[in-house]
Design a protein around this ligand. Structure first.
Ligand code: MG
Ligand code: MG
Ligand code: MG
Length: 305
């Protein structure tokens, strides 16, 4: 029986690449594992898989009776709905401690670094397993994505070190240029429906019984959203209502200006205002220096809700 390795719902590059890199490592160590995913891949991830010649992991959303490793998440709100009927063998993650419970002891590799693939790189080193060239290139891209090419406040020295070492293995000299190429692809927001844009990198959080959904779009030039705010709000309203959410937030992050325009639809806007000590105008506010949902948004919302 194979063991599945997968990342969070609405998978990003770290979740998809992490399922592949961790599965490769586990298989080298003698386990039989299969990388899988809980949802469709985004354009950035498609670019990375194509560039390094990898297939999409298996699409699988139900895991009752299966043995699993989780990568890049440990929240029930980002898990398959039947996760409580699966056996969690281990977790590799770089987020806050989640609410999942297990029946038996498990392997945990959790560190406050910028990307799960940084931890997987450290696991390869720990076990003395060589990383193949193309896999190294993919892992490097995942780290550049999660750390916004080292600009995110979540980025640590360990992430930059991992990127440099992976770039060497992948024989990629100008990794920052590849990072920019990736973010240019990520900035392509004109071909998607507004609903797909809000959901492209979307996470639900349970904050004391309140369901809060937070999406993020990272682009190289924020002006691309100038004429679509109204439609984005309409899509957010739809998502808020159908999911019975208390609030839906959308972070439009400008990676060059290094800040985010926050769009808010909430049953109580004042909570969001006091969380960030701001006044919303037309349900929006510019948050300078804010680039990380994990570090600069979620903890402040949790304190308030
Ligand atoms: Mg992720
Ligand atoms: Mg990650
Ligand atoms: Mg991210």
């Amino acid at each position: 029986m194979s063991t599945y390795i997968f990342g969070h719902t609405t998978p990003d590059s770290d979740s998809i690449v992490g399922s592949i890199s961790l599965s490769y490592l586990k298989n080298q160590l003698g386990e039989d594992t299969t990388p899988s995913r809980q949802g469709e891949i985004n354009p950035e991830t498609a670019f990375i898989l194509e560039k390094f010649g990898f297939e999409k992991p298996l699409l699988k959303t139900s895991y009752a009776g299966e043995r699993v490793y989780l990568i890049d998440f440990m929240e029930s709100s980002q898990s398959p709905s039947d996760i409580d009927q699966a056996t969690i063998l281990g977790i590799v993650d770089h987020h806050k401690l989640g609410d999942l419970k297990t029946d038996s002891p498990l392997e945990m590799w959790v560190r406050p670094v910028g990307c799960s693939n940084t931890i997987v790189k450290q696991m390869f080193d720990y076990f003395g397993v060589e990383i193949p060239k193309d896999l190294a290139g993919m892992m490097m891209c995942a780290i550049l994505s999660d750390t916004v090419i080292f600009k995110s406040p979540t980025c640590t020295k360990e992430d930059t070190k991992a990127v440099k070492e992976l770039a060497k293995i992948a024989q990629i000299e100008d990794y920052k240029a590849l990072g920019m190429e990736m973010f240019t692809i990520k900035s392509d927001v004109l071909n998607d429906t507004k609903r797909d844009l809000v959901l492209r990198d979307f996470k639900d959080f349970n904050m004391s019984g309140n369901k809060i959904g937070v999406g993020q779009l990272e682009v190289v030039d924020l002006s691309i959203f100038d004429n679509m705010k109204e439609e984005l709000f309409e899509a957010m309203k739809e998502i808020k209502e159908e999911g019975d959410r208390d609030s839906v937030l959308l972070l439009l992050t400008d990676i060059m200006q290094e800040g985010s325009q926050l769009l808010v639809l909430s049953d109580d806007n004042s909570k969001v205002e006091s969380a960030f000590d701001v006044k919303l105008v037309d349900n929006q506010v510019w948050l300078p220096k804010v680039m990380s949902r994990k570090k600069q948004i979620i903890p402040f919302l949790e304190r308030e809700f």
